[in-house]
Design a protein around this ligand. Structure first.
Ligand SMILES: Cc1cc2nc3c(=O)[nH]c(=O)nc-3n(C[C@H](O)[C@H](O)[C@H](O)COP(=O)(O)O)c2cc1C
Length: 373
């Protein structure tokens, strides 16, 4: 953990907002993260997400949408088929266990519980940022799940901003190969970095670096937010950079400014982070924006989804799949059985929603109209 005194040090002189803010006595020592801190940070993130209230003060906006209930669905529930294809791989249901963790022993156990559930039920899974394991290869095993989940759509993960801090396509390739992933997720988290004591806040010129990774990696690149959503403009930029899919990770669920607030080491830092609890594009809105900005790309809806009904609504709004993070973390922190049960319940809810809305498969669900309050 960073000691509080270091937050008040003035970083090296430079140009731009962070440097100016620093000169003005800014609270953060931007860009001071080093790889030895990452393991502690990962442990903090799990602990805070499990023990603290870290929800956004926004809602996802999904509560404003309703299916038209069909009393004559003309379907046999047993025949409702939620299978789909995402990034060329068949899923038994259009669900993703969103990227969360790795890097500690507890994270290893959580990843393996999530992976067992994903394999049993044919859904996709992402691991958390693998940056620590690129520097400490002994941590790679805490991310690896292929031995128990040989068939799932498995997604590697790195912070996109690291491409401005010395990482290149070779690091991306290493992350993919480390876990035998099918694709790489690059996460965009400008606000989290900005309210993190050791944040990497230089996001300038990142798009062309993302574009270079898309061109040369040789595996699909998915770009996601972490809980503040993707705007129409961002979706258009990412589509033109050549990404293979966009995960909106919109507002209304886990708030990473709230998580970082709990890691803050001074009252001022805590107050600044707290101001952003209501920030972001609600997930429902972000799915529609991303669809407009990137009409030809698969859109993954996530951020605040809490059950299979939410997932069904997102697919009716135009998403190709739906991701859930914190609820699956909470289940996996308990036991294998709890992780399995959480996935089974989500799939069951999704199938029942499809049945009662009269949609026998995912294509039909995507065409099903929603009423908006
Ligand atoms: C403990 C935890 C760790 C996370 N770590 C990462 C990460 O390393 N990379 C990433 O792209 N997203 C990460 N996320 C963000 C999630 O993938 C997701 O976008 C966000 O939590 C919103 O979804 P939710 O409201 O369902 O939790 C993490 C989430 C949690 C709860």
């Amino acid at each position: 953990m960073v000691d509080s005194a270091s937050h008040y040090k003035t970083p090296p002189p430079g140009e731009g907002c962070a440097a100016k803010a620093a000169q003005a006595g800014c609270l953060w020592s931007f860009g001071r993260a080093d790889e030895t801190m990452l393991e502690q940070r990962k442990a903090d993130h799990i602990r805070i997400n499990l023990d603290q209230e870290v929800s956004s003060s926004l809602t996802t906006g999904l509560e404003r949408y309703r299916f038209v209930h069909q009393a004559v669905p003309e379907l046999d529930l047993a025949q409702v088929d939620p299978a789909t294809i995402l990034l060329g791989k068949k899923l038994r249901a259009p669900l993703l266990i969103s990227s969360m963790t790795g890097g500690t022993e507890r994270a290893r156990e959580i990843n393996r519980r999530l992976a067992r559930a994903a394999q049993s039920h044919g859904i996709a899974m992402g691991v958390g940022s693998q940056r620590a394991a690129l520097f400490h290869p002994e941590l790679a095993g805490t991310f690896r799940v292929r031995d128990i989940a040989p068939d799932i759509l498995l997604l590697a993960n790195l912070g996109a901003v690291q491409l401005n801090y010395g990482y290149d396509v070779e690091h991306c390739r290493e992350a993919v190969e480390m876990i035998g992933a099918d694709a790489l997720i690059l996460h965009l988290n400008p606000l989290q970095e900005a309210v993190q004591p050791e944040g990497n806040v230089n996001f300038a010129g990142l798009l062309k670096r993302i574009e270079a990774v898309c061109r040369t990696l040789g595996a699909p690149v998915v770009v996601k937010e972490v809980g503040w959503g993707i705007s129409e403009q961002a979706a258009r930029q990412l589509a033109s950079a050549g990404v293979s899919a966009i995960d909106v990770a919109g507002g209304g669920g886990t708030s990473w400014s709230e998580v970082e607030k709990h890691r803050a080491t001074s009252h001022s830092m805590r107050r600044v982070a707290g101001r952003f609890r209501g920030w972001g594009i609600p997930t429902a809105e972000s799915v529609l924006m991303a669809r407009r900005g990137a009409p030809d790309l698969p859109i993954i809806a996530s951020g605040g989804l809490r059950d299979g009904v939410d997932a069904a609504k997102c697919i009716a709004l135009g998403a190709s799949a739906a991701g859930i993070a914190r609820p699956f973390l909470k289940a996996a922190a308990q036991s294998d059985e709890a992780a399995d049960e959480a996935v089974v319940e989500t799939i069951t809810e999704l199938c029942i929603a499809m049945f009662a809305a009269g949609a026998g498969n995912i294509e039909a669900l995507r065409q099903t109209p929603l009423l908006k309050d």
